[in-house]
Ligand binder design. Structure first.
Ligand code: HEC
Length: 173
């Protein structure tokens, strides 16, 4: 049996370890900690990407690549790089809080002043966007951290049953 003293040392290490992880999470909105139905989340339950060592991306990242290029790239430029008209979303996905990101896409945003007149449309009623908004967000975070290069991801995980069920429910409902 360990003495009382070494037990408390173990407990202290556990506390410090947990605290260390927590503060890392506060500054890191990116690291994949757990997976549900092929979708990855940070320790704070925020959707994120997962890229294997051989470059295989999770399905959501791949789906987000496709949806981004269908719905967003006309204004925001290919690969989340930005354009003269609209900001680089690969940066926004890291700088904005997840909920703020969703809020802008849902409700839109309008910057009008003497030097610019830019409008981010609201997509709240567009199922082709809203049913895949996490996918787009996940893809853009992968781009923002350079976890994936520009262009179409070459290798991807297969689509999970959970993805298909959610997609059907969202698009059909
Ligand atoms: C018609 C052009 C257009 C399209 C299409 C468009 N956006 Fe935008 N978006 C803009 C403009 C312009 C801004 C900057 C608005 C501002 O600063 O007020 C913007 C801003 C944003 C922002 C805020 C960025 C920041 O750093 O503050 C997000 C997030 C965003 N768009 C997401 C998207 C997503 C996701 C899509 C695709 C589903 C999309 N946009 C499609 C024009 C567009």
């Amino acid at each position: 049996m360990p003495s009382i003293r070494s037990w408390s040392l173990i407990a202290l290490c556990a506390v410090l370890g947990a605290a260390g992880t927590a503060s890392a999470q506060d500054s890191d909105n990116v690291t994949a900690e757990y997976e549900e139905g092929g979708k990855w989340f940070t320790a704070d339950d925020i959707p994120t990407f997962k890229v294997s060592e051989d470059g295989t991306v999770d399905w959501y990242t791949f789906s987000g690549f496709r949806r981004y290029h269908a719905e967003c790239h006309v204004c925001h430029g290919p690969d989340g790089e930005g354009s003269t008209y609209a900001p680089a979303l690969k940066k926004s996905a890291l700088n904005l809080d997840y909920y703020d990101f969703i809020d802008v896409v849902t409700n839109g945003k309008k910057e009008v002043n003497s030097s610019q007149n830019q409008v981010m449309p609201s997509f709240g009623t567009n199922k082709n966007v809203m049913c895949y908004i996490d996918d787009i967000y996940i893809y853009l975070k992968a781009r923002g951290t350079d976890a994936i290069p520009r262009g179409r991801p070459a290798k991807k995980e297969s689509k999970s049953d959970a993805f298909t069920e959610n997609e059907d429910a969202c698009m059909g409902g």
